[in-house]
Design a protein around this ligand. Structure first.
Ligand code: SAH
Length: 338
């Protein structure tokens, strides 16, 4: 049993059920949050506890770091191997405001976005809450750095694994553990509408990003099959409900693909679609994926899009590109590219 998969209340119950004092849960939770997962290093926790009947099987387990790649810009990409052999990538990034990690929520992905490398082999399986937590701890151990911000933007569709995602958020937010602020967490979705509504109720303080990438149904369905189930108008309505309910700004990710979504007609439609909304547009020049035919728009085009949107009252910026020399940029993560 992996303790990383337990919420505080579950750990406390497991400990009490084994006839042990409940306060041990807080001690163990605290050690794990600091990256100490070996029982013998948890100094104030008696060794005998780990042999108590009913608790002897519980251990905190991290994924193995199977490969590490370092970018010239300081970004570090780790291939992490789970216990059953499934692997995912996680990316460590340095920003002015602190260190950030981009974690994966699934091994593979079944959303099938045509420009993205993560879903090329479909979905392998969901990650558990503890496996997501393990990505953070393993990368901290590997880099020797402390992580203060988390983006769930790696491989997988987090809202296709909602229950484990929400458990993960509750675990890392718990005051006896990591105590990581909700506002330091960002979740990105390709647009699964019912979960957007639920997320706004469950986690109004967590930042939400929507992968938009197109401004008409025909064009969006062409590159993002999820649009056939959850069309654009309904998606935008859901986003408006979200901002009204939470009072929080929503981020729209718009990847510029040359000749597909980057001409002035696309720009006009995008501005029209988002008019008056509490939002921010994050423009990402496409990161080319070797198996895919799509070509990147230029950074200049992205800047033009950005300034034009800003002029029309829609806040927009071009995303700083990190780690592209090690295939660690948006849309380049995959389960296995050894
Ligand atoms: N499934 C979630 C989480 C992934 S986030 C989602 O779709 O939001 C990864 C972001 O990178 C998404 O916005 C995705 O659409 C974008 N992306 C995918 N492939 C890309 C590529 N080749 N270049 C740039 N961005 C890409």
């Amino acid at each position: 049993m992996n303790i990383l998969d337990l919420e505080y209340s579950e750990l406390e119950k497991t400990i009490k059920d084994a006839g042990l004092p409940g306060f041990r849960a807080g001690q163990i939770f605290g050690w794990i949050a600091k990256g100490v997962t070996e029982p013998e290093k948890m100094k104030n926790v008696p060794k005998a506890l780990w042999e108590t009947t009913g608790f002897e099987e519980f251990r905190a387990e991290l994924p193995d770091v199977a490969r590490v790649q370092k970018s010239s810009d300081g970004t570090v990409k780790c291939l992490l191997k789970m216990k059953d052999g499934s692997s995912v990538e996680a990316v460590f990034m340095k920003y002015k405001y602190g260190n950030s990690i981009c974690i994966s929520s699934q091994a593979g992905c079944r959303m099938g976005c045509r420009f993205c490398a993560s879903g090329m082999n479909g979905l392998e399986r969901d990650l558990s809450a503890g496996e997501m937590y393990g990505e953070i701890l393993a990368v901290e151990k590997e880099t020797g750095e402390k992580i203060s911000h988390i983006v769930v933007m790696g491989t997988g569709e987090p809202f296709d694994n909602y229950d484990n995602l929400s458990k993960f958020i509750r675990i890392i937010n718990h005051p006896k553990g990591r105590n990581l602020g909700m506002r330091n967490i960002t979740v990105s979705t390709c647009g699964i509408i019912p979960r957007i509504d639920r997320f706004g109720d469950d986690f109004p303080q967590v930042n939400l990003a929507i992968s938009l990438h197109a401004s008409s149904d025909a064009e969006r369905s062409e590159i993002m099959p999820v649009n056939k189930a959850y069309p654009l108008k309904d998606l935008i309505d859901a986003c408006r409900r979200y901002t009204e309910k939470t009072g929080r700004r929503i981020t729209f990710e718009y990847t510029l693909i040359r000749g597909v979504n980057d001409d002035s007609k696309h720009l006009d439609r995008l501005a029209e679609l988002l008019r008056g909304m509490l939002c921010h547009v994050n423009l990402i020049p496409l990161n080319e994926v070797k198996e895919k035919e799509f070509k990147s728009g230029t950074r200049e085009r992205a800047e033009e899009f950005s300034s034009s949107l800003n002029k029309r009252g829609i806040p927009a910026t071009v995303r700083r590109e990190l780690g592209s020399d090690i295939d660690a940029a948006c849309g380049q993560l995959r389960a296995n590219n050894m």
